[in-house]
Write a protein of this length. Sequence first.
Length: 356
Amino acid sequence: MQRVLVTGGAGFIGGAVVRRLLSQSQALVFNLDKVGYASDCSGIEATLQGLGSEASDRYRFMRVDLADGEATAAALREADPDLVMHLAAESHVDRSIDGPDAFLSSNVTGTFSLLEAARAHWSALPQERQQGFRFHHISTDEVFGSLGATGRFSETTPYDPRSPYSATKAASDHLVMAWHHTYGLPVVLTNCSNNFGPWQFPEKLIPVVILKALAGESIPLYGDGANVRDWLFVEDHVDALLLAATKGVPGESYCVGGHGERTNKQVVEAICALLDQLRPAGAPHARLITPVADRPGHDRRYAIDPTRISRELGWQPRHGFAEGLEATVRWYIDHLTWCHEVRERGGYGGERMGIR
């Protein structure tokens, strides 16, 4: 792919995609982001500094809110992409409980605007470029709802979203597939499990626990702590995304999971154990774990069956959960200044949201 447009490239997963494209391809990379509270390009800037002027010449940042249809169409005309990787989304479940309107604007209206802009762009391409063009929509396993004690999500699992966040992501998935079936737009869709790793805005479970433990603050554990998530190291997810974007079959979806099922309590305790080793002065960090009232509508269990993407595209995660978690904990210990700066800039002080 010669020209790649990444939406949400100032976010956690989008930033990892941009860094990989800059460091391991010769593509022209266009990073389209509205710059919200969790946006940060520090990792991209560090990558560009390390790679030098050649990479900088291949990178362009475009500040655009996808909900603005005219601005989105203009950005597509300017970027002239061969591949669109759509990662821009509001993604925090607790925030969606407090303010669902922002999720409708970004995840539904924004996806609609992007699809229309991409359709117009694709329709105007010469035939050879039309055949190679792809629109890759990156989504979540949360659209499938909640699992019982057994079973795993797959590409044939019925949609059953339970939160404003997952409902808006489900809507965006349906829009993407409708644009494929109705207009012929060559789309690929992926649904991933919970991502973790460096550069994640510290409002999600793993960075929140790390920072609260390091500060000697109470670590909140929702409900009984037995809710299960299938954890996926972000660099392994990037591997899967690039495979799906370049090798995936138009009109197909691929589920991406890291074989990392853990209860929230197990994740929190594993972080505390690592910090006991790395920062023994605060040990035992598990003494800080404090049960709190559960999240409204809290899905009990997520787990993904990644058989299709493994069998058809050859993807396998390269990092086990323990390995990825240790690397992540070490990274946050070494980047406390960054954590403070992005939280301050985003107006987030580590407080709990979504309790009403």
